[in-house]
Design a protein around this ligand. Structure first.
Ligand SMILES: NC(=O)c1ccc[n+]([C@@H]2O[C@H](COP(=O)([O-])OP(=O)(O)OC[C@H]3O[C@@H](n4cnc5c(N)ncnc54)[C@H](O)[C@@H]3O)[C@@H](O)[C@H]2O)c1
Length: 321
């Protein structure tokens, strides 16, 4: 597939990496973002990168729930990568209606407009949160979803919207269930999934960190470059109907292990404070990513050590600037 790709949420953490990868691969890229958590700074250099690869880059400021903005945004696109969402479990507990409106409602709008514009491929950024506390680990896509938060409910509903459109309208949809993504440009202010970014920001600033619960809860951390590779493959590979795919490393790491690893790369101890476990947080998480390997030929390639080094280099640089 070639041509123009729409990335909603392209000014965010994962989206800004995806935009660069697509431009480097020679695609034209359009971003629709309302800058609620994303920034223009994240997209610095995108126009120059497009020019260097003979492509075009366009930025539309707007809300994914706006029919008018979305109609403009999908016009002429070969594929949509829909990443815009309220990407926080904590925020979804504070404002469940707002979260549902953006994360599910925004997807309904994006899918509807994409179908109208005859876009043939729709890729949704979904989440491992849909599984809740899975009965069995590693968790496969056949496992029954048990969402524990409005965020997870909204992601599951967004997947169903994609599936319905794929079934009815012959647009291929891929719902990628990201596990805990980390890497440069992740906002340390984000409470969810951002444990590595929070620990690194604290290490860079010489401040203490908060560990929720006993710190023995495990997560499947996947480097942002690997996630982007899965997204690009979901755009490029021949697909029909709907594909729901786990995007994780398949390796569980406890929060306290992460802290130890961050101390190693940062070169010193980090003071820790313990606080009560957060509502909506799952205990353990680990992907069975076999289906993504089968369907996309994808598996996580970045080692945790190397991913942490790259992430730390970015936080250290930010502190020096
Ligand atoms: N980071 C993770 O570990 C993780 C894990 C699972 C799933 N995800 C999903 O991946 C996607 C990207 O997450 P991220 O970590 O890059 O988060 P992010 O907050 O950095 O990116 C989200 C982007 O969407 C934009 N946005 C939010 N509401 C919008 C709206 N109404 N209209 C237009 N734009 C809007 C934000 O400004 C931001 O640029 C999200 O859908 C998130 O739920 C992320």
């Amino acid at each position: 597939m070639d041509g123009l790709i729409l990335v909603t949420g392209g000014a965010g953490f994962i989206g800004s990496h995806l935009v660069r990868a697509l431009l480097t691969a020679g695609y034209d890229v359009r971003v629709l973002d309302d800058f609620s958590t994303g920034t223009q700074e994240n997209l610095r250099g995108a126009e120059a990168l497009a020019a260097a690869h003979g492509g075009h880059f366009q930025l539309i400021a707007g809300d994914v729930r706006s029919e008018f903005k979305m109609r403009d945004a999908v016009d002429g696109c070969a594929a949509v990568c829909h990443l815009a969402a309220v990407a926080s479990v904590t925020q979804s507990l504070v404002d469940p209606v707002g979260t549902g409106s953006v994360t599910h409602g925004g997807t309904v709008n994006a899918v509807r407009m994409a179908v109208e514009a005859e876009v043939s491929r729709f890729v949704l950024a979904s989440s491992c949160a849909v599984y809740g506390d899975a009965a069995q680990l590693p968790v496969a896509e056949t496992s029954t979803p048990r969402p524990l938060s409005p965020y997870a409910e909204a992601k599951l509903a967004a997947e169903e919207t994609c599936a319905a459109a794929a079934d009815a309208r012959q647009m291929a949809a891929a719902c990628l269930r990201f596990f805990n993504v980390y890497g440069p440009r992740q906002d340390p202010g984000s409470e969810y999934s951002g444990v590595i970014s929070r620990f690194m920001a604290a290490a860079a600033a010489g401040e203490p960190v908060t560990v929720y619960g006993d710190g023995q809860q495990t997560r499947d951390f996947v480097y942002v470059g690997d996630v982007v590779e899965a997204l690009v493959r979901a755009v490029q590979r021949p697909l029909t109907g709907v594909s729901v795919l786990n995007v994780g490393s398949g390796t569980p790491t406890s929060v306290l292990d992460v802290l130890g690893r961050v101390e190693e790369v940062a070169g010193g101890p980090i003071e820790r404070r313990f606080a009560a476990a957060r509502t909506g947080d799952i205990r353990d998480s680990m992907a069975d990513a076999g289906r993504a390997k089968w369907v996309l030929g994808w598996e996580a390639a970045e080692t945790f050590a190397s991913g942490l080094e790259k992430t730390w280099a970015w936080y250290r640089e930010g502190t020096r600037a």
